[in-house]
Design a protein around this ligand. Structure first.
Ligand code: SF4
Length: 246
């Protein structure tokens, strides 16, 4: 994919709503080669609702790190029932997890940034890479407003790291727009959102936020802001950080 071709496609999508962008994706790509990567977060639930109106058997998957909140699994179950969709739970390789935990312990992420990244690599990034290898386009719930590390997001990107298109239908939506959609369509959502968890990841690495804190302040709260990405989303060959944002 050349930069010119990506620019052309971006222009084609520039004035489209999230629903129109999803319809574009499902009309331009083989349905079996498109998937929603869902963490059951509010944005992903909006996309699940939208996609289930377009495709009766969409491919959806969730990275089951083994450290998710019970509320996240409950939300997954309610979503399966509500929409009649299958959501693949992708587990990390036992041969990668067991030696890591044996050497560094189950809560290695608190010891150093390097070990936190190792845990995210084994439990998330490697699992995602294996799944994306079979796809042509993945759909994400990324929004620019979520973090300074995500300001540069656009509707359509070429994911250099994994070698496929990435569609971010909600990239320009505000938090209010997400929640207006959820209320209007009675979309099931993770009850942790009602307990001051605007961003929900693994249980040991996520806490509630206080009034005035940023959306992602509760993720890896012991680390510096500019380093707070897990490596799933890359830009120019490296995870997006504050210093990469022009
Ligand atoms: Fe490990 Fe925490 Fe990353 Fe989850 S968020 S994979 S528990 S370091």
């Amino acid at each position: 994919m050349t930069p010119d071709e990506i620019v052309t496609l971006r222009q084609e999508l520039s004035d489209k709503s999230p629903e129109q962008a999803l319809e574009w994706a499902f009309s331009h790509f083989d349905h079996g080669k498109i998937a929603l990567a869902t963490s059951l977060a509010a944005e992903d639930q909006v996309l699940t609702d939208m996609i289930s109106r377009i495709d009766q058997h969409p491919t959806m998957f969730c990275l089951d790190t083994g450290r998710l909140f019970p509320e996240t699994y409950e939300t997954l179950e309610r979503t399966r029932v509500r929409y009649g969709v299958s959501i693949e739970l992708l587990s990390p390789e036992r041969t990668e997890v067991e030696p890591m935990v044996l050497e560094h312990g189950p809560n290695l992420f608190f010891q150093s940034r390097e070990l936190r990244k190792l845990c995210c690599q084994v439990r998330k990034v490697n699992v995602l890479g294996r799944k994306l290898a079979a796809l042509d386009l993945w759909i994400t719930g990324l929004r620019r407003e979520q973090a300074i590390t995500r300001v540069g997001r656009s509707m359509l990107e070429w994911d250099e790291s994994f070698g496929l298109f990435k569609l971010n239908p909600l990239h320009a939506w505000s938090t209010d727009e997400v929640w207006r959609y959820i209320r209007k369509h009675d979309v099931p959502y993770n009850p942790l959102h009602d307990r001051d968890y605007p961003s929900i990841g693994c249980a040991p690495c996520t806490r509630a936020v206080s009034p005035g804190e940023s959306i992602r302040a509760g993720r890896w709260w012991w680390e510096e802001t500019e380093e707070k990405e897990c490596g799933l989303h890359w830009h120019d060959g490296k995870p997006m950080r504050a210093k990469d944002v022009k």
